[in-house]
Design a protein. Structure first.
Length: 256
C-alpha cells in the first residue's frame, strides 16, 4: 500500500517571507556581514519593491547573490547561531491555514515534506520545528567548518521536481492524488486563485485551477482548450513547465 505525501514549499506558502532574507538580516545585526554591502547592492531594489514599484523576484535574486558572496568563509558555528535565532524568533510567522493542514496530514499518518530554495541548514530547522518527515533545501557546502562558496540550488523547478521524484520513491508515495494540493493555495489569506502545474510527459503540462470568490478560472482554462466551471477548471499546455507557468500566470492575472 502506498503512502500519502504532502509537499510544502516554505517561502511564501508556509512562511510569510523568505527564510534566507530573515537570516541575512540576522547576519547583519550580529555584524557577521557588513551592512554596507546591503546598502550598496540591494537597498534600492528593496525600496522599489517596498513601494510596489519593483519586482520581488528581482530583489530576492539580488539578495541571494549577495547572501552567497557574504557567507564565503564564514564559520559554520556563526551560521548555526544566527539560523537558530531566525527559527526561534520568526518561525511562528506561519499561515494559520497551512499550519492546520500540516497538523492534519501528520495526525493522519501522511508523509509531510518541506521543500525550499532557502539554505538547507534553515530548512532543516524549520522542518524539525513542525515535525516534518523530511526536507530539501539549497545545499550550501562547507569545508573545514567554513562555507566554501558552493551552492547546489533548490530554487528552480527542475531541482524541485527531481527532489519530489526522489521523495516519492523513498517513501513509496502515491503520486496520483497530487491534484488535492491545489485547493490549499486559494485558502491562504489574500489568495484568490490556486494553480497547480504537473508534468505528465515531455512538454505536456497538466494545469489545475481553483478560485475562492470572484475569479472565473474556466475562462483561463478555455484559453488553452481546457474546461470546467467558474471555481474549478483544468487544461493541458504543450510546452516546458517554465513557459507553461508564465503563460498560465499571464492569463490568471487578467481575472484578478
Amino acid at each position: 500500500m502506498k503512502n500519502i505525501g504532502a509537499f510544502f514549499d516554505i517561502d511564501g506558502t508556509i512562511y510569510r517571507d523568505s527564510l534566507m532574507v530573515e537570516h541575512f538580516k540576522k547576519l547583519i545585526k550580529y555584524e557577521i556581514v557588513d551592512q554596507r554591502a546591503w546598502v550598496a547592492h540591494a537597498r534600492d531594489t528593496f525600496l522599489d519593491w517596498d513601494k510596489r514599484q519593483g519586482n520581488y523576484d528581482d530583489y530576492l535574486l539580488e539578495i541571494c547573490d549577495l547572501y552567497v558572496h557574504s557567507l564565503l568563509n564564514v564559520d559554520k558555528n556563526c551560521i548555526d547561531f544566527t539560523s537558530d535565532q531566525v527559527i526561534a524568533l520568526k518561525a511562528e510567522r506561519v499561515y494559520k491555514y497551512t499550519r492546520s493542514r500540516i497538523k492534519w496530514h501528520l495526525d493522519n499518518g501522511h508523509k509531510v515534506i518541506f521543500i525550499s530554495g532557502s539554505p538547507n541548514f534553515l530548512v532543516e530547522k524549520m522542518a524539525k520545528k513542525y515535525n516534518a518527515t523530511d526536507f530539501a533545501g539549497s545545499n550550501y557546502v562547507f569545508e573545514d567548518g567554513r562555507f566554501n562558496g558552493t551552492v547546489i540550488p533548490m530554487w528552480d523547478s527542475t531541482s524541485k521536481n527531481l527532489a519530489i521524484d526522489n521523495f516519492v520513491e523513498k517513501y513509496n508515495i502515491d503520486f496520483k492524488d497530487i491534484d488535492g494540493i491545489v485547493p490549499y493555495a486559494r485558502d491562504i489569506e489574500n489568495v484568490e486563485i490556486g494553480i497547480l502545474l504537473k508534468e505528465k510527459g515531455n512538454n505536456e503540462i497538466k494545469v489545475s485551477l481553483r478560485s475562492k470568490s470572484y475569479a472565473n478560472v474556466s475562462k483561463i482554462a478555455k484559453v488553452f482548450s481546457g474546461g470546467g466551471h467558474m471555481r474549478a477548471s483544468g487544461c493541458t499546455i504543450n510546452d516546458n513547465i517554465e513557459n507553461a507557468k508564465i503563460k498560465i500566470i499571464k492569463e490568471a492575472l487578467k481575472e484578478i
